[in-house]
Write a protein that binds this ligand. Structure first.
Ligand code: APR
Length: 325
């Protein structure tokens, strides 16, 4: 049977790192694309040369998209992972990247439409929920085939901090984060537990609040260490689990940015946009969206996050309509 085909757009810190994790897990052949000359080819070869030690069969190739035709190599991808664009520096929020990355996403979305419109797309470039929205508009792809990174990464940070505080195996910590992948994301405390024991039975309110705060600014904490860029190790495995669920039709349930319409839009108070909610991920993309029951406290936090996503989509729309510089 032929290997699956995965395209990674952007060969920077996140793109190269996710390409290596995909290869180590032997999930398919990996085609890397970057606008900067030779970088994608170099990263592909460097990762490929580790194959004898890692024992993977994935084949990696890199292409420079300065010549648009190179995007033809993306044709027939099972999954396309979009990481092209600017990353944060200290003092910047993900939203500060918005205007800079919208133009890049429009371009990438149009190339996906032209060269590989039947793929499932994972958007990683930040702010991820808004970039998913722009890619969908530019590509015209059925929104259920587009999934944004967010909760998958934020939840792995939340679980890590909880496990550290409780001194328990991280595998036993079930906790997740919904909402936009921004500073007002919503760690969902009431459904978070350690092997079924609610975290509110194990930790004081103050301690939980401290961990929630650290989770919200988890990306910024890493930016403050790196100074010249943002996180890529935890993102690369968080993206890989999403890709693996698509490639193997695993039906994993992971909070990610999904497009809400109909009854889900009504339930969550946001329509025709992407925002982080628990979804079932299968070979066709989003197979199911779960409508979480929220109490008044949850609703307040959720609405804040919804408003940020709505405002940012409006900014993206204005930019695309030429109303902003
Ligand atoms: N087409 C293809 N590649 C592009 C384009 C484009 N139009 N524009 C930029 N790139 C490439 C850059 O040349 C660079 O190699 O995207 C890569 C980005 O790499 P980094 O600067 O290292 O950024 P990285 O840390 O990988 O983050 C990328 O993912 O997590 C998010 O917030 C992060 O938005 C950022 C994105």
């Amino acid at each position: 049977m032929a290997n699956k085909k995965i395209s990674v757009i952007g060969a920077g810190a996140v793109g190269a790192s996710v390409a290596q994790v995909l290869a180590i897990k032997d999930l398919g052949d990996i085609y890397i694309f970057d606008i900067v000359e030779d970088i994608a080819a170099g990263k592909a070869l460097d990762i490929q040369e580790g194959a004898p030690h890692w024992g993977f069969n994935s084949k990696l190739k890199g292409f420079c998209t300065k010549d648009e035709k190179e995007y033809e190599n993306m044709k027939g991808s099972d999954v396309i992972i979009v990481t092209a664009g600017l990353a944060r520096k200290p003092g910047m929020s993900r939203d500060d990247l918005l205007i800079k990355n919208v133009g890049i996403m429009k371009d990438v979305g149009e190339k996906i439409k032209k060269y590989s419109p039947d793929s499932i797309i994972i958007t990683v470039t930040n702010p991820a929920d808004i970039m998913a929205y722009v890619i969908q508009k530019a590509s015209g792809i059925d929104p259920s085939r587009i999934i944004g990174l967010g909760g998958s990464l934020d939840s792995t940070r939340f679980r890590t901090f909880l496990a550290e505080e409780l001194d328990v195996a991280v595998q036993d910590v079930n906790a997740f984060v919904i909402g936009g992948h921004g500073d007002d994301m919503v760690p969902f405390i009431r459904y978070s537990n350690v092997s079924g024991i609610p975290i509110s039975d194990l930790l004081s309110e103050e301690k939980i609040e401290e961990i929630v705060k650290r989770t919200r600014f988890g990306g910024g904490e890493i930016v403050n260490f790196y100074k010249t860029g943002s996180a890529f190790y935890a993102p690369s495995i968080s993206i890989t689990v999403m890709a693996e669920s698509i490639l193997k039709n695993q039906k994993r349930v992971i909070p990610c940015a999904a497009y809400l319409t109909g009854k889900h839009a009504e339930h969550y108070g946001i329509s025709n946009m992407f925002i982080g909610v628990p979804i079932k991920i299968c070979e066709n993309g989003v197979e199911e969206i779960y409508d979480l029951k929220m109490n008044e406290g949850d609703k307040k936090l959720w609405e804040n996050s919804v408003n940020s996503v709505k405002n940012n989509c409006k900014i993206a729309d204005d930019f695309l309509a030429g109303k902003l510089n």
